[in-house]
Ligand binder design. Structure first.
Ligand code: G6P
Length: 608
């Protein structure tokens, strides 16, 4: 979704801003722009489309500026046109604003400002900010911004520049992330550390309702109500090569192949083979509190929601605790029932998804203990929860989540092991689970070796327009995730279904033109899945099965089989999703799609 980058220092600002914007491309956007302070005043350029369009507009122009802000926009209010792109400028052409989030009362504010003579040129909500700041500007940009923000309802991460106060950037945050990067005689601002990681690893995350004035020499933070805040500088552990492609044609493929490594990182130091349990001290819960959990709610969106569904199967089966998995967007507007003993987990790769954040706050308000399962350290969800578990998957740049998904499942399996060992699971069984968990990274490596077989299947089917994915038990959410991956990046319509439910609708769609991916793992529901395959075959469906190594029977029944290694039933999603990720990837590549930045999608959805 929208991205912000800003710089104030001694270097020429335009190349720094453009490089930062490119690092933010992965978040998803449809237009881009920059504003810089030259001697002659405020200059800005903006363009609909890719950053390369903006780049070509800047080509040949000479910029000396050393202060500036830039933005990638993901349209919410107003189409993705040149005019609606950020930065937005006041009437006098002296103030520039870039904004992530949504100003909910923009209509009312616009009306008042228009009556005072302000001229609006865009359909965006953001433009009111530039005019509001202009309206209240009396020589101090920080104070004008503060006053403007006191009138605004909604969410924002903003960066503001003014010709009248050169060599400074004013930033503020309420619901949309903002980070200040500290350098030598220079400072940076960004909505995402990857935009500035090349230049500095020393950062300060602004908290909600904080603002800052940033110059080349320092930055000073206050709350929006003007209470001084002491900055807490943190060191980023990510390195630059972690956010680069490392020889792979796409981030998504790199991230798929990183999974053996990221899964090792997810369990590192967290297994206790002697007691057959997991160590998860970040949960910040006492033994007694863990023992008294009598209900668990998972809040999440998208792929993280699918991970939650897998967690539900794992925890109910192993620990016997009832679990509910809620779409965060629905939960936040319901009247959820939170009782004593209910624990809520917010599952989010980015830790910034607006709906998950709001749902989690609602649960907190109702008295729940809220924990996080996050990837991005220092993210809003990670900071706002009472404790949690980091998945340690490293930066995920491909919009379609892959390695974060498997790491979320890995962490959920650890949570389920911990809770189960406090209840009915025997020491022996706990140790067996640990043994299998330790073998998973190697088995993922084996599953990845099937890439060429998957590619051949993709070559046969990439021109199809519809796909069905079926699974049962713990592999039903894998079917959902496989279908989501395919539609996200290849734009093929795909539906995931519980295999037996097929009879209650989707079977009407089955004929020789409908490829069906079936998760036919040798687990407790294997025979049932075989019966579902027979039903498909009777209707001439073309079946691609994901099956367990050594299962010869299945190859006689279906057209294509991709084998995965055997593991415990509860851990099969960690392996069965691998061929489905590869299938979606190769189909999308064959269809000529932009795999890492699929149309209309955003990596981190920071608006409702
Ligand atoms: C977006 C992304 C998905 C992701 C979802 C939830 O829609 O495109 O890949 O699963 O948000 O994101 P989160 O960061 O909360 O896991």
């Amino acid at each position: 979704m929208c991205g912000i980058v800003g710089y104030v220092g001694k270097q020429k600002v335009v190349p720094i801003l453009m490089e930062g914007l490119k690092r933010l491309e992965y978040r998803g956007y449809d237009s881009a722009g920059i504003a810089v302070l030259e001697n002659k005043g405020l200059l800005f350029e903006k363009a609909a489309g890719k950053i390369s369009v903006l780049e070509s507009m800047l080509n040949g122009k000479k910029f000396e500026a050393t202060t500036g802000i830039a933005h990638t926009r993901w349209a919410t209010h107003g189409e993705p046109t040149n005019q609606n792109a950020h930065p937005h400028i006041d009437c006098k052409g002296e103030i520039a604003v870039v904004h992530n989030g949504i100003i909910e009362n923009f209509d009312a504010l616009k009306e008042v400002l228009a009556r005072k003579g302000h001229k609006f040129t865009t359909q965006t909500d953001t433009e009111v900010l530039a005019h509001l700041i202009e309206e209240y500007f009396e020589g101090d940009l920080v104070e004008a911004t503060r006053t403007a923000l006191s009138l605004v309802e909604g969410t924002y991460g903003i960066a503001v520049l003014s010709k009248k106060t050169p060599h400074q950037i004013v930033v503020a945050r309420h619901g949309s992330p903002l980070v200040i990067g500290s350098g030598e005689d220079e400072n940076f601002v960004a909505s995402d550390v990857s935009a500035i990681l090349k230049h500095t690893k020393q950062v300060v995350y602004l908290k909600d309702n904080e603002m800052a004035v940033v110059t080349s020499q320092d930055f000073s933070i206050t709350t929006i109500d003007n209470i001084q805040v002491t900055p807490h500088i943190q060191e980023i552990s990510w390195s630059l090569d972690m956010i680069e492609k490392g020889g792979y044609p796409h981030f998504m493929l790199k991230e798929i192949f990183e999974q053996p490594l990221t899964l090792r990182d997810a369990i590192r130091g967290r297994l206790n083979p002697i007691d057959g349990t997991a160590r998860l001290s970040g949960l910040n819960l006492q033994y007694e509190q863990l023992q008294h959990i009598n209900r668990i709610i998972f809040l999440a969106c998208g792929t993280s929601w699918h991970a939650g569904l897998i967690g539900e199967y794992m925890i109910e089966e192993n620990a016997g605790i009832p679990v509910e998995v809620e779409y965060a967007s629905e939960f936040r507007y319901r009247s959820p029932i939170i009782q004593e003993g209910t624990i809520v987990f917010a599952i989010s790769q980015s830790g910034e998804t607006a709906d998950t954040l709001a749902a989690m706050r609602e649960a907190k308000r109702k008295g729940a203990t809220v924990l996080g399962i996050c990837n991005v350290v220092g993210s809003s969800i990670a900071r706002d929860t009472d404790g949690g578990v980091y998945i340690h998957a490293g930066p995920e740049i491909g919009v379609a989540s892959t390695k974060a998904f498997t790491s979320q499942i890995m962490v959920l399996s650890l949570i389920s092991l911990l809770l189960a060992r406090m209840r009915n699971m025997s020491l022996e069984r706990g140790r067996e689970v640990i043994k299998h968990l330790q073998e998973i990274p190697e088995k993922v490596e084996m599953a990845l070796k099937k890439e060429d077989e998957v590619k051949k299947i993709a070559q046969l089917y990439h021109k199809k327009n519809n796909f069905l994915y079926l699974g049962r038990g713990i592999n039903f959410p894998v079917a959902l995730e496989g279908a989501l991956k395919l539609k996200e990046i290849s734009y093929i319509h795909a539906e995931g279904y519980p295999a037996a439910e097929m009879k209650h609708g989707p079977i009407a769609l089955i004929d020789e033109n409908m490829p069906v991916v079936v998760l036919a793992i040798k687990d407790a529901v294997y025979d049932k899945v075989l019966s579902n395959i027979e039903e498909l075959k009777a209707r001439r469906a073309r079946v691609i099965a994901i099956a367990t190594e050594g299962d010869c029977e299945i190859s006689k029944k279906v057209e294509h089989v991709i084998y995965i290694p055997k593991t415990l039933d509860m851990l099969t999603p960690l392996l069965s999703i691998i061929p489905l990720q590869l299938l979606a990837y190769h189909m999308a590549v064959l269809r000529g799609c932009n795999v890492d930045q699929p149309r209309n999608l955003a990596k981190s959805v920071t608006v409702e």
